[in-house]
Design a protein around this ligand. Structure first.
Ligand SMILES: [Zn+2]
Ligand SMILES: [Zn+2]
Ligand SMILES: [Zn+2]
Length: 816
């Protein structure tokens, strides 16, 4: 990793407590501000300062915080939200103003992130008599909507304290925690513009809200049992009954499936130790193999289930509270059906009061998976939940605070080289990410197609949307369209350009045409792999030229063919392709992406020649004679065998050869299985690396058609030899990873030398494979190269829109 330390919580940076405020454009020593008489000799005016604070400063208790400091220091003036952040007008003695600036930096509330403070001197008509929180100003362009945040420690204390008036209150929240992005209908962040608008505060809540000394001073979603939303449990019989939490708890004990309303949508939950309940959930959800996430009652329970790095623990317990995927321990007591064949488990901690109340009832580990049917988008609407989840859930635990927009749980992978996001949603969205080179006009980026996420750019920043899913689902496409409208409205952006993937078949590509015509704005096509590379550059704030090792599934290439595993050289503006994986013919096209034996047969015939069809290994990977002969004939005549340089299919081929995955029930399943076997169920500690084999031969990178070709045929022959010799599958799986990593690293090192570059970007969905990423990283750093990897933005297509924003910002500026 390089560059400045990245702050996980948002795109900017936390205001460091030990630095002078100069860095933020604020002078630490203020000029004296004596009262002066205006020219006409009329009434006294007083000099003061105005501070415009931008960053994550709305909905995080910032105004009350400012108020308290001002009161403490005896300063006069006012603070208010405007659409760009918070404005502070201050009048007082210079030492007091200096002290104020110091406190602003050092005592910042936990969820606040100051990115910039603009300061100017002002003259006031005599100093105000007091300091007040003024009405919000609605003009201007907002640059922040706060992210949702897990229940804070103070609220938890109240939740569990029988003497507190909010004891057991399932929607307890305060200025430091609770829903934000998922309740905001518009900005600025004020209660009438949230989904709490319909709930009138009771007298006690109102007095807390108005009391500057109270920790709920100006807490927009604040409420209590007598004025807030009401919890409701609807069981199989249809009616609501008794204590909702108690009823849900009893349902888990009976092995029932309960739909539970969360911050950004509903979850489906069952007791994770009840094998029958988990199997029933899978059957009803029509989800055969994909692992299910778990919610554990405490960090101790999480530690007992998975091996957690300190960074992963920090993230688990952070306000973002994502699902963390980590290596599972052997005896975890979890039902086999939760994550069959997986060496990792996805765990999260309770992050809403409802979840905390359920955990308190003794439910140590619950399956907590997104409520949706099969691969459809997450359900967040109460009506949808009652009707569409009726076929899955036995009961529903809900309340009447509406969810403004669906936001899935975020997923973080705890990897040896550091935790990184695989899915960016709740707790991270819509925090903006600063673009390395700003655009001079705002724009919209439509992302890819699978794992879709869109982005808007205001020029300086990009706001990446929450994960939207596979656009080929009608409902996901609907969500894609509504999210675009939503973000443009919330951030007051009128796009002057649109960036999209160059793939003419992508729905997002075609939708760009529709929008481009509607708005009369130009469209920038961004090549898929270039967007991946740019996303990593953007994340690191870089604009320089690098080598891009982009290992992906399929992306539309500049030459109109399908690209996959590619070596690029370039920067944000342009790139050239200098290498690629040797293409593998995919018999039956899409069928080969599911049935891994097809890829294996293709790899065998390419590596060993046509006679490979008669070997015992070929007979094992495609057991039915007629089918095997048909596939061989297709390969021999290159009929319906589109070539793919995607690394995913090579993983499929190897997984079939080694007999670890015959069918991809979900995307990248074979890769996950292979990685699990290669790592032997344990995290990488460096000891295995390079020790498994001395005989896989040198990495075979050759010249072909003016490109480096990463030739994997020697690797295939080596695996076949190993199988024939009866070598352990674990060893061969490891050898496969090492050989692929070596091919990739060798080509990147060569590209770097030839182009006199010293940095290599790793991006593309294949780099979600932590084992492979570690091996490549190790070889590249050993060669003295800097390696840039994703952290806060997914390496998969969830990060594409950010890359498009970074590229388009440069391209549209040059085009003017
Ligand atoms: Zn709180
Ligand atoms: Zn109340
Ligand atoms: Zn991709």
């Amino acid at each position: 990793m390089s560059g400045r330390a990245l702050n996980w919580v948002e795109g900017g940076f936390t205001m460091p407590s030990n630095e002078s405020t100069d860095r933020f454009g604020v002078g630490s020593a203020l000029e004296p501000t004596p009262p002066v008489a205006p020219g006409g000799g009329g009434g006294w005016v007083r000099r003061g300062i105005e501070l415009c604070v931008s960053g994550q400063v709305q909905g995080v208790g910032f105004r009350p915080f400012v108020y308290r400091i001002a009161m403490r220091l005896g300063l006069k003036g006012a603070v208010w939200n405007d659409a760009s952040g918070v404005v502070i007008e201050l009048f007082g003695d210079p030492p007091g103003l200096d002290e104020f600036l110091r406190c602003l930096s050092e005592e910042c509330p936990p969820l606040a992130r100051i990115e910039m403070i603009r300061r100017r001197a002002i003259l006031g008509p005599s100093a105000p008599a007091s300091f007040e929180i003024a009405e919000s100003q609605h003009e201007g362009r907002p640059d922040r909507v706060a992210v949702d945040s897990a229940t804070c420690v103070e609220c938890l204390r109240e939740l569990h304290d029988p003497t507190d008036r909010r004891f057991g209150h399932a929607l307890v929240n305060c200025t430091n925690c609770g829903p934000r992005y998922t309740i905001v209908n518009d900005v600025p962040y004020d209660r009438p513009l949230t989904t709490m608008a319909g709930f009138a505060m009771c007298e006690r809540c109102r007095s807390e809200y108005r009391d500057p000394r109270d920790r709920r001073f100006h807490a927009q979603p604040t409420c209590c049992p007598s004025c807030g939303p009401v919890l409701d449990f609807v069981g199989a019989g249809g009616g609501s009954s008794g204590d909702a939490i108690e009823s849900a708890s009893e349902a888990f004990v009976r092995g029932q499936i309960v739909a539970i309303k969360g911050l950004g949508g509903y979850h489906l939950a069952v007791d994770a130790t009840n094998e029958a309940a988990v199997a029933r959930l899978r059957a009803k959800k029509r989800r055969d193999h994909k692992p299910l996430a778990l919610m554990v009652d405490s960090i101790e329970t999480a530690r007992s289930l998975v091996e957690l790095s300190p960074e992963a623990e920090r993230l688990l317990t952070s306000p973002a509270a994502p699902i963390v995927l980590a290596t599972r321990r052997c005896e975890d007591g979890i039902a086999c059906g939760v994550a069959p064949g997986m060496h990792r488990l996805g765990v999260m901690l309770p992050h809403t009061p409802i979840q905390h109340l359920l955990s308190r009832r003794g439910h140590r580990v619950l399956v907590m998976t997104s409520a949706n049917l099969s691969d459809e988008p997450l359900i967040s609407d109460d009506g949808d939940a009652r009707t569409r989840l009726a076929t899955i859930a036995d009961a529903i635990l809900t309340h009447d605070r509406p969810i403004a927009r669906a936001v899935d749980d975020s997923i973080v992978l705890d990897a040896p080289l550091g935790a990184h996001l695989l899915r960016r949603a709740r707790g991270f969205v819509p925090a903006p990410i600063r673009l390395p080179a700003p655009a001079d006009r705002p724009g919209l980026c439509l992302g890819g197609e699978l794992k879709s996420a869109v982005a808007i750019s205001d020029g300086d920043h990009a706001v990446l949307s929450q994960h939207l899913g596979d656009l080929n689902h009608t409902l996901a496409f609907e969500r894609f369209r509504s999210t675009i409208e939503d973000l443009l409205r919330l951030f007051r952006v009128a796009p002057a350009w649109i960036a999209r993937d160059a793939h003419p078949g992508y729905l997002s590509h075609r939708y760009a045409d529709t929008l481009g015509r509607r708005w009369g704005v130009p469209i920038v096509d961004v090549q898929h792999h270039h967007a991946h590379m740019a996303a990593a550059l953007a994340e690191h704030g870089r604009t320089d030229a690098v080598v891009g090792l982009i290992c992906d599934g399929v992306g539309y290439g500049s030459d109109g063919t399908s690209w996959g595993g590619e070596v690029l050289v370039g920067d944000l503006v342009s790139f050239r392709r200098v290498g690629r994986m040797r293409p593998l013919a995919l018999p039956g096209g899409d069928a080969a992406a599911k049935q891994t034996g097809r890829c294996a047969l293709s790899w065998l015939m390419d590596s060993l020649g046509p006679d490979a069809i008669t070997t015992p290994i070929a007979r094992r990977v495609i057991p039915v004679d007629a089918e095997r002969d048909a596939i061989a004939a297709m390969l021999a005549r290159q009929l319906n065998c589109p070539p793919s340089s995607g690394l995913g299919r090579l993983f499929d081929a190897a997984a079939a050869l080694l007999g670890v995955c015959e069918f991809n029930h979900f995307e990248a399943m074979s890769g996950v299985r292979l990685e699990a076997i290669a790592s032997g169920g344990r995290s990488i500690d460096g000891r295995h690396v390079g020790q498994s084999d001395s005989d896989s031969g040198p990495a075979c990178v050759r010249e072909r058609d003016g490109l480096m070709e990463l030739d994997h045929r020697p690797l295939c022959r080596r695996l076949v030899r190993g199988l024939e010799r009866g070598e352990p599958i674990e060893l061969l799986a490891r050898l496969f990873h090492e050989a692929v990593a070596s091919l990739l690293a060798t080509s990147a090192i060569r590209a770097a030398r030839e182009s006199s570059l010293s940095s290599v970007v790793l991006s593309g969905g294949v780099f979600c494979n932590a084992w492979l990423a570690s091996l490549v990283h190790q070889e590249l750093t050993r060669a003295g190269l800097e390696v840039l990897m994703h952290r806060r933005v997914p390496a998969n297509d969830g990060g594409i829109a950010l890359g498009q924003a970074a590229v388009a910002a440069c391209v549209q500026r040059q085009g003017r």
